[in-house]
Ligand binder design. Structure first.
Ligand code: MG
Length: 318
């Protein structure tokens, strides 16, 4: 007679058998295609330089063929992405089957942010929000650093980011900031120049605390409901920091990543992508963008394809 325990035993064996078979099947498929199952991949379109701008409709289709499903744009200027009006660009992305999630853009004000130019900066973000809504973009990200020589400078930039975040949020778009390596410079109160990240083993004068990095000041001086951070993992390493520590320390603030290496992902051996993705997913974040610089190589499509293959083959992406 079959009792409940026997039934459960048999059921478990069947379930395990089914799972095992599933595993075998997907392994066989993976071997055949040389890929493991993985989630959608994002690409920062800056990576392609002229190889994309020469023929945008064809280039966007090629991005899709290389294995990417969504993009972060670069090159916004007064209603256009490069030379193409935003609404037309959106249509081209739709035709290619690519979703535009994010966009990199920088206010036309260069140098230092001050009370004299803040209105100009706000006007930039108002117009940008209108334009980006025509593309259904979820994030607008500032990718470059205004002048910051002191802790006070960086705190003021934080206030400007809050203003940008408030404007974009009112239009339904999330504002964010993307780092390079200079954000790991340290700034002192009343300072006249940064303490560069390139000075290894810097120690403050006895009794004084370690000065904060630009990135820390930005994170701590901005409103979490208005400003998020996109961590460029490669530039974080180049700034002498561990991206995994940053992703864990600021789990709620760092919500997107740039996945980048010296060139093709995985080639340098200096980026621990497995741990980076693990930490990122651990905090329930989703969007990342592969990025490859050296954009005049003439081999950019080849490189973004090799990078997609690298991520897929290792199964890092959920
Ligand atoms: Mg980047």
């Amino acid at each position: 007679m079959t009792n409940r325990r026997d039934f459960l035993k048999r059921a478990s064996a069947l379930t395990l058998g089914a799972l095992f078979m599933d595993g075998m099947v997907s392994k066989a498929n993976a071997a055949e295609n040389n890929v493991m199952a993985g989630g959608p991949l994002g690409l920062q379109t800056y990576s392609l330089g002229r190889e994309l701008s020469a023929d945008v409709p064809a280039g966007l289709k090629k991005i899709k063929e290389c294995g990417y499903s969504y993009v972060e744009l670069a090159g916004y200027r007064e209603g256009n992405i490069g030379q193409i009006p935003v609404a037309d660009y959106k249509k081209m992305a739709d035709d290619a089957g690519l979703q535009i999630i994010s966009s990199h853009l920088t206010p036309t004000v260069r140098g230092q942010y001050t009370k004299d130019n803040i209105e100009q900066i706000k006007d930039f973000w108002k117009k940008a929000t209108e334009d980006h809504n025509k593309m259904g973009v979820q994030y607008m990200v500032q990718p470059s650093l205004p002048q910051c020589n002191s802790q006070e400078d960086a705190q003021y930039v934080g206030e400007v980011f809050n203003a940008a975040g408030e404007i974009s949020k009112a239009g339904g778009i999330q504002f964010g900031y993307h780092n390079h390596n200079y954000e790991f410079n340290r700034l002192t109160p009343g300072g006249t120049e940064p303490i560069t990240f390139a000075i290894r083993n810097y120690r403050p004068p006895q009794g004084e605390p370690m000065p904060k990095t630009v990135e820390e000041i930005f994170i701590e001086s901005t409103d979490p409901s208005k400003v998020i951070f996109e961590l460029d993992c490669y530039w974080t390493v180049m700034g002498g920091q561990d991206p995994v520590e940053w992703i864990n320390k600021y789990a709620d603030r760092i919500q997107m990543l740039h996945i980048k290496d010296r060139l093709i992902l995985g080639d340098s051996g200096m980026m621990n992508f497995e741990q980076i993705f693990k930490a990122f997913y651990n905090h329930n974040h989703k969007y990342f963008f592969v990025e490859i610089e050296d954009i005049n190589s003439g081999k950019q499509f080849e490189r973004i394809k090799a990078s997609a293959d690298y991520l897929n083959a290792r199964g890092f992406v959920k």
